[in-house]
Design a protein. Structure first.
Length: 226
């Protein structure tokens, strides 16, 4: 897996010079995430969007002055938290942390000259690296980590991203303030074996198990070859 990723990166960067202008830099920000599962919740149950880290390598491959292809290679933390009181009157909190290697392939349309507005749209391809499940209160307490060999989860997730932001071009590079909505299209859980569902709080199986998150980030791109 590591060799394939390295090979793909080398091929990508070698072909970047074919574009009118190529830029590369860093992306750092936060994901505010939850899970789509299609379950009817208890009336006294809360599901906040939990903050998590995202960071990676961002690029911009300009086709012309207003349109660019913007692939990224990110480490993306996503999560899910549910808290409330179960039918036995017990308070509980369930927290799930998922770590993904994520490759968004974005099309970027820009407006303006030095200070630009832009919109992003494109598919995302994610690979689940591992994570952690924490249960507090309710019918029990404990912590369980999982890795790439855990058969309860699928490795790959196909999703999509839609958003936009502002871009400031300077002599040292381009600064972007970026905001996106991201959603998974495919389920990445193979069964309902997680503690939240096996606890029998809802008496039903999840219809789907997909990530959903809003990301906000700062991107810095160094000047590319003209």
């Amino acid at each position: 897996m590591k060799k394939r990723v390295i090979t793909a990166l080398l091929v990508f960067f070698a072909s970047a010079s074919a574009f009118a202008q190529s830029q590369i830099g860093l992306r750092v920000g936060a994901n505010f995430a939850t899970i789509q599962d299609g379950l009817d919740r208890l009336e006294n149950m809360e599901e906040p969007w939990v903050p998590r880290l995202t960071l990676g390598v961002a690029t911009s491959l300009a086709v012309n002055e207003s349109f660019a292809i913007a692939p990224e290679f990110n480490y993306s933390q996503r999560g899910y938290e549910a808290s409330g009181t179960n039918t036995l009157g017990q308070d509980f909190t369930y927290t799930y942390d998922y770590n993904f290697f994520e490759v968004p392939l974005l099309a970027r349309l820009s407006f303006g000259h030095i200070l630009k507005g832009y919109v992003n749209l494109g598919p995302t391809f994610s690979y689940l690296l591992g994570g952690k499940e924490v249960q507090e209160g309710g019918l029990g307490a404990g912590e369980r980590s999982f890795d790439m060999d855990d058969e309860r989860y699928k490795r790959f997730e196909l999703g999509g991203a839609l958003g936009g932001g502002i871009q400031l071009d300077t002599g040292i590079g381009s600064f972007l303030i970026d905001l996106r909505y991201n959603t998974g299209f495919t389920d990445f859980q193979t069964s309902s074996s997680s503690s939240l569902y096996s606890a029998g709080l809802f008496g039903q199986q999840p219809e789907k198990y997909r990530t959903q998150y809003v990301s906000t980030s700062l991107i810095f791109l160094v000047p590319g070859k003209r």
